[in-house]
Design a protein around this ligand. Structure first.
Ligand code: PRP
Length: 217
């Protein structure tokens, strides 16, 4: 039996992902150790894991270097990779929104030469071009996006809102909802056919755990 390879997102999704796999009887002890090893395995179930930056998870899965992966819907929308999204895992739930100063509510379309700052240029472009049918300049940032409208870099932002605290504490409001975000299980298209039995077993076990509400969110 060959190893099934699973790509996991490094960061906020890591602990939840480990919890999910442990709940279905996959040994993740190597993943939990502080080792610098890049590939970890569960020898009994013939599963290999590796942890990479979230944006790289869909890349590994599309090319088949990983059979499966766990990644946020935000990353999937932004990366636009060719793969199967097979299960909404529910954890790390948040929203992708358009946000800005309250005085822009309802007035955005009349604003000329506007700019949007975001970590998600593809999502922002798609939203403005297809949903609002407005032109806008997209400015890519790598973090602290809420700063942009405060300091005059952009009028609005496209970003993730979880508790809403960052927006509130910076005097910004949600101007529109773009997408519901949460962690998703993704599968390589060829692996889905070649390893359908093992992969479908993992999917149905994870689904059962979700129905039982075993995994915290
Ligand atoms: C994310 C996001 C918001 C914040 C939202 O940033 O980009 O800034 O969390 O959370 P809240 O609604 O609960 O306040 P992250 O913590 O990833 O840091 P970053 O600014 O470096 O992107």
């Amino acid at each position: 039996m060959r190893y099934l390879t699973i790509a996991l997102s490094k960061g906020r999704l890591t602990d939840y992902s480990i919890e999910m796999f442990e709940a279905i009887g996959i040994d993740c002890s190597e993943l939990k150790s502080s080792s610098r090893k890049l590939i970890m395995s569960d020898e009994k179930n013939k599963i290999k894991f590796f942890l990479v930056k979230p944006a790289d998870v869909p890349t590994y899965v599309e090319y088949g270097a990983a059979d499966m992966g766990i990644v946020g819907k935000d990353t999937l929308l932004e990366e636009g990779r060719n793969l199967y999204e097979v299960l909404n895992l529910g954890f790390a739930a948040c929203r992708m929104v358009l946000a800005g100063p309250a005085e822009l509510a309802g007035k955005l379309d009349s604003l000329k030469d506007k700019r949007v700052a975001t970590k998600y240029p593809r999502i922002a472009r798609e939203y403005f071009e297809h949903k609002r049918r407005e032109s806008i300049e997209v400015i890519k940032l790598h973090g602290s996006v809420e700063l942009a409208p405060l300091i005059g870099l952009a009028e609005v932002i496209v970003d993730i809102v979880e508790s809403g605290r960052t927006l509130k504490e910076n005097g910004l409001v949600v101007l529109d909802e773009i997408a519901e975000i949460s962690a998703r299980l993704i599968v390589n298209r060829v692996s889905m056919k070649m390893e359908s039995e093992r992969i479908n077993k993992i999917i149905s076990s994870l689904r059962k755990q979700l129905e039982k509400g075993v995994v915290s969110k």
